[in-house]
Ligand binder design. Structure first.
Ligand SMILES: Nc1ncnc2c1ncn2[C@@H]1O[C@H](COP(=O)(O)OP(=O)(O)O)[C@@H](O)[C@H]1O
Ligand SMILES: [Mg+2]
Length: 296
């Protein structure tokens, strides 16, 4: 008897409370439909790169939807979002790496210094020197440390003689924060370095061809925390000379290294804001759900 009464009281109490806030499912059609354009500040004055109306399809299935985004000079812009939301796909648009994936088709307009990177007269090899890329897993060539860095400058004819090539190799290793650790063994294989050193070697290799933009796709995900911290410091130093776009699954890392952060969800660019505002006062509900870990 008493027990029944308790249940009734509890039920009545519940009906008096407001219904719990509806939590949308991470991947539902409803969530997808609710994303209508990008909030925040996707565009900047005097951009280094621009993307307008960019879509990407894999075998006809759309993975990126109508993205408008600028990359500023000397900024680090972080790209975050749930796995599979299109971060790597969008990043690859910026130096035409999707050209190397037969199933991929990119539409829309992307420029660097105002020039359409997809126009037939833009050599993709030159583009990839100007817009370099560092991958998730360090991938040094099976060559010496020296040759890993010298490879690009040789191909692009950047050094008139071996002394000039030495200068490029040394200064690239210095900028990548690796020179002091390897200066006595430049002839040793790059693959013999630790994971963190290999990733800095790959950064040196990218820097050696004078890029203007560096794309990094989860560059620390295969590294331990100390090696990751070293890469993060490096990113901050590199910003003086390059624009950097970094995909990261770590919100803490995005908060530490970037000035703007872009939040992708289900292939759409939901929000771009300066990093501190995005993490403290997100404008879009989906951004808020993601950064607070609240997804149903
Ligand atoms: N090479 C590919 N072929 C077919 N589909 C792909 C390919 N790469 C990515 N995709 C699809 O595109 C979507 C976005 O993937 P991706 O860009 O890798 O996301 P993220 O980097 O955010 O994890 C996913 O649905 C993924 O399955
Ligand atoms: Mg990815």
């Amino acid at each position: 008897m008493t027990r029944n009464l308790d249940i009734t009281t509890a039920t009545m109490t519940n009906t008096l409370q407001p219904p719990p806030e509806k939590i949308v499912s991470l991947n539902s059609q409803e969530t997808f439909d609710s994303i209508d354009g990008t909030v925040g500040i996707p565009l900047v004055d005097d951009p280094k790169m621009t993307s307008r109306g960019v879509n990407v399809f894999y075998d006809g299935k759309q993975a990126i939807f109508d993205v408008d985004l600028d990359i500023g000079n000397n900024e680090v812009i972080a790209m975050i979002g749930p796995s599979g939301c299109g971060k790597s796909t969008f990043l690859r648009c910026l130096n035409r790496m999707n050209d190397t994936i037969p199933a991929a088709q990119v539409t829309g307009n992307i420029t660097v210094d105002g020039r359409d990177i997809n126009s037939p007269d833009f050599d993709p090899v030159l583009l990839r020197a100007r817009v370099g890329m560092v991958f998730q897993k360090p991938n040094p060539f099976a060559k010496s440390i020296y040759e890993n860095v010298a490879y690009g400058p040789r191909i692009h004819g950047l050094a008139a003689n071996s002394a000039e090539l030495d200068d490029i190799v040394i200064s690239s290793l210095q900028k990548a924060g690796l020179y002091d650790e390897v200066k006595d063994r430049l002839d040793a294989p790059g693959t013999g370095l630790s994971g963190g050193q290999q990733q800095r070697l790959c950064i040196a290799r990218t820097i050696a061809v004078n890029p203007e933009v560096i794309l990094m796709d989860e560059p620390c995900s295969a590294l331990d925390p100390i090696a990751s911290a070293r890469i993060e410091e490096l990113i901050d130093e590199l910003r003086e000379n390059f624009a950097i776009v970094i995909v990261t699954h770590s919100m803490q890392q995005a908060a530490r290294v970037s000035q703007r952060t872009a939040y992708f969800h289900l292939g759409k660019l939901v929000e771009v804001n300066d990093t501190s505002s995005l993490f403290t006062t997100p404008e879009h509900k989906l951004t808020e759900n993601y950064i607070t870990g609240r997804f149903g």
